[in-house]
Design a protein around this ligand. Structure first.
Ligand code: SF4
Ligand code: SF4
Length: 523
């Protein structure tokens, strides 16, 4: 993977505090020229049951069922998953495998809705007085609305003691402008979502972070923030300043320790789009069924930000922008540094899809041949979390993913700064993703084998207990024959001859008694 940025390696390295940044070409202007456009309703929507982490959601509708806009069609199966709602009215046409946006180009189970064009809502239940709701009730409503953080990381934090709440409106990754567009057009929704989150977390400070060069968003937000207890904070327009841990460091001067979450140091960070979705869920009673997505790239005539329904196929959005298929070389979901390449234009939008790039071969030339690591150390100085990327790479290449994990692989935020700066063009992030997948797979297999081992041990235990019980019964049944044995022995000793003598004696005694009684009666 390689991207065509114009900066030279040395001039692109910038320092901010103790960490380093890179400054790739922004490529943001074209999608910000127009306002956010509502997409028309596609004929078919494909709602992946996996919208983020956790187990796939469980469908609660069947093929052939009619559904209304906003109706829950699949429920979360664990605390990491989210429910899925119908983005418009129509009929469930299929529940089957469909292309899915992940780095392996795999597919996943999706609910296919044939839309009816009527866009009929279920009855919505907006909250008139949210101050009557407890924090737990609000969290439950947000989860039921299917909201995740809407950034690439997607997570919506649980309630913890929180000191600082950060609404992340910064987008330092090239091409992505959906937050900037949302803030400049709907600042009040983001502030309303932030206030709901403040009611939940009771945080002492609330900061909305935007990049310093997003002047239109800053201009829109400033007047809306007057008389509010929410601060606006500008962050450097450098990559990866808006990734969670880096942003926390810039804004609070606190560092999230390795393998820890922001909540562990009393900070909660939520994407600006998620704050707006929370406003929609609580104030308007609308679940998360659409999102603002940047659709851009050299092959599009009119790049723009869309409010698109979740489940919309990528090709549908590209066609709305006038795509020139003859020039299309590469399709990326996400920004150009951390996004994933899509191989199928039927792949649908999921809740974390913030950007789609339809790139030409000039924009995304083929990756140059990777050479051996020359130990220049550029990657270490570019890494914003202070890792040694070349060490991780060497360990992974040697097949020692466990060692890479000890070297901090889990803390790698996959920002791509190291790969961007590497003069040997080594696709470092691909190695890290592969290793993380391997480790995850190993963990899953380990957990699976532990589960089977526990089952096996339980079965062995049960068999042993059964055996013991049987033996106990046998002992008891063996104890009875001891008594019987006496009887048996007596029976054995009781000969047939003796028996017939005794019977004859008894018969004789009965006869004698009868005769005696008869003679007494006669006298
Ligand atoms: S991985 Fe690339 S940037 Fe890092 S030390 Fe090796 S050659 Fe240099
Ligand atoms: S991808 Fe990982 S290792 Fe490379 S610079 Fe980013 S955080 Fe560091």
């Amino acid at each position: 993977m390689r991207f065509p940025f114009s900066n030279t390696v040395s001039s692109s390295r910038k320092s901010h505090g103790t960490r380093n940044w890179i400054q790739p070409e922004a490529n943001k202007a074209s999608s910000l020229r127009s306002v956010i456009m509502e997409t028309p309703i596609p004929d078919y929507l494909y709602l992946a049951l996996k919208q983020y982490n956790g187990l796939d959601a469980r469908p609660i509708v069947n093929v052939g069922d009619k559904v209304l806009k906003g109706q829950k069609i699949a429920e979360a199966r664990d605390e990491f998953g989210v429910p899925v709602h119908a983005p418009t009215s129509g009929m469930v046409a299929a529940i089957s495998r469909h292309p899915y946006p992940d780095e392996f180009g795999s597919d996943a189970i999706a609910l296919c809705i044939k839309t009816d064009g009527l866009d009929r809502w279920i009855p919505r239940q907006p909250e008139d007085d949210l101050h009557t709701l407890s924090a737990q009730q609000l969290i439950k409503k947000i989860r039921e609305a299917g909201i995740i953080s809407l950034a690439g990381s997607g997570e919506f934090p649980n309630r913890e003691p929180i000191d600082t709440l950060i609404i992340n409106g910064a987008e330092c990754e090239p091409y992505v402008t959906c937050n900037q567009a949302l803030i400049r057009e709907h600042p009040e929704n983001i502030i309303s979502g932030a206030k709901i989150l403040l009611q939940i977390y009771r945080a002492k400070h609330c900061i909305i972070a935007i990049e310093e060069n997003s002047t239109d968003a800053i201009d829109a937000l400033k007047p809306a923030l007057e008389d509010q207890s929410i601060e606006l904070n500008l962050v450097p327009a450098r990559y990866p300043a808006s990734s969670d841990k880096q942003l926390i460091q810039v804004l609070t001067k606190k560092e999230v320790p390795a393998s820890k979450r922001p909540e562990d140091i009393g900070v909660s960070i939520i994407n600006a789009a998620a704050a707006a979705a929370i406003h929609n869920a609580i104030i308007s009673g609308e679940p998360l069924i659409s999102r603002v997505t940047t659709v851009c790239g050299d092959t599009l005539k009119t790049p723009k930000n869309f409010r698109a329904l979740i489940g919309t196929p990528v090709a549908f959005l590209f066609e709305l922008c006038g795509i020139d298929y003859s020039r299309l070389s590469r399709v990326v979901m996400g920004g150009s540094l951390t996004g994933i390449t899509l191989n199928n234009l039927d792949t649908p939008l999921i809740k974390t899809s913030d950007c789609l790039i339809a790139g030409s071969s000039q924009e995304f030339p083929s990756a140059p041949t990777a050479h051996e690591c020359i130990r220049c150390g550029f990657c270490s100085s570019a890494c914003p979390v202070g890792l040694m990327p070349q060490q991780l790479y060497n360990s992974i290449r040697a097949g020692m993913t466990d060692k890479a994990q000890q070297q901090g692989l889990d803390d790698c935020i996959e920002c791509g700064a190291c790969a961007y700066i590497c003069p040997s063009h080594i696709p470092l992030v691909q190695y890290y993703r592969y290793a993380k997948f391997e480790l995850k797979d190993q963990n899953v297999r380990y957990e699976q084998s532990r589960k089977w081992q526990r089952r096996f041990e339980y079965r062995q235990h049960r068999l042993l207990e059964n055996e013991k019980r049987k033996q106990g019964n046998r002992h008891r049944s063996l104890a009875r024959p001891e008594i019987i044995e006496t009887t048996d022995t007596a029976l054995e000793n009781f000969s047939r001859e003796q028996a017939s003598i005794e019977i004859a004696d008894a018969v004789a005694r009965v006869k004698a008694r009868k005769n005696k009684k008869n003679s007494e009666d006669k006298t």
